[in-house]
Design a protein around this ligand. Sequence first.
Ligand code: NOJ
Length: 514
Amino acid sequence: MNKKIENSVIYNVYPSSFYDSNGDGIGDLPGITQKLEYIKQFADIVWINSFFKSPFRDGGYDIEDYYAVNEQFGTMEDLKELIDKAHSLGLKILICLVVGHTSDAHKWYLESQKAEKNEYSDYYIWTDQVFDSCPYKIVTGTSERNGNCLVNFFTFQPALNYGFAKKTFEWQNLYTDEVCKKVHNEVKKIIRYYLELGVDGFRVDLASGIVKDDENGKCSCEVWNEIFAEARRDYPDAIFLSEWGQPQYAVASGAFDVDFLNHCYFDGYNRLFRKEAGTNVFKSDGNSFFRKEGKGECKAFFEYVEYALKESKDKGYISIITGNHDLPRIGMGRTQDEMKTVFAFILAMPGIPIIYYGDEIGMPYTNLKNKDGGYNRTGARTPMQWTAGKNAGFSTTDGELYLPINENYTEVNCESMEKDENSLINTVKSLLDIKRRFFGGLENGLEVINDDYPMVFSRKKDGATFLCAVNPSDREYEIEVPEGGRILSSLNAQVSGNKAKLGGVSYLWIYSEK
Ligand code: NOJ
């Protein structure tokens, strides 16, 4: 278990939209470098979304060359400068490891689809003939080779060959087959290249899905453990963060240090924030717990988290995200006070939270036309709102921007909000400051005291107790709190003796030495 990252916070940057350093209307790596001091106020670790050479038909998650930076973002030297400056500020850098598939423009795939057998023929998963029926997602009839190729997500993302957990068809490889080692070796090479360059770790894309037909990701974890072994030996502090959502497999198996609870496998997360229609990428319907109407529930979330924490105890961490480039913004339809309750909850939970850029100012979401394969994710990728000035301070260009700036930028922007001591951004900073000062040594677990409105949970440290109560609804409640506890932070809450009154949309953080 990597104890060094305990209590860390991750800040997630979508490079096209963070800061444009050269006035071309698109964010870039030097832009991120210039804003590292800003990020440092919120986090210890920066996760940068994919910036590798790519046709960008899926926001860079369709890689054409793992060893090149896509031109619009800069160069490998720019990446090196970014890493060096981050380290000088005490920040760690995570980059994306997108090796479940490549782009169909990758040279491995161009070779693999040739009719003649060659070195790359087995790099992807091919059926024997195009006219075979096949129960998997495939691309068919596009290559010289007589076969269908399995794809992971979009049709231009052919799946790399990590094999299958069990063999059903003649053309399948078992995940233990020698031939799959070719891909493992390529992945090891990529990992080594970037660790040598100085990155501190990887956010591993589609971590659960490399071995096909794999129950509970068991075989995938076995393969990841094998792939990471060398890196872990030579770089024991390297961080592997999985895009999975099941820490009971990803972390418990020892493969990953951190796993983020996302919207795919785990409905508990959706029930907190993303139940209403339009608030998720998938069709959703219902009520979220974090809404003034107070019609949601958090029981399923806590049940799952308690189970996941138990299973992954002493192995690593769970991670709750405010959002990411794959989800409509959490600020959608929430006031700044409601967003404060969201942060009070996420930052109090065990594990390593991830703040998606702009959520600290409650950036909104509008459903924009598809760009770079974002579809209904596009509105969550708009330029960061830095100031009330030209292009929200994101770019100096007079030309087109990567995506339009949200209309509310004259009010919702970092510079203006920093001047108001009660603003969301200042509340987030103050919660983080408290977290830094008081959370060292808190157990990586929790005790759920109430899993309804208001949610109440505590975390222990030696003899001390940290208690967090959050009432996102507009109803009022009274709860019991430790008498004489120190109020670390609160919103619309009053404490008297061992009772606390929680007003509508409120939270309370209390620390008691007893
Ligand atoms: C997960 C990435 O976060 C997402 O943006 C991408 O579309 C899929 N993986 C497919 O690579």
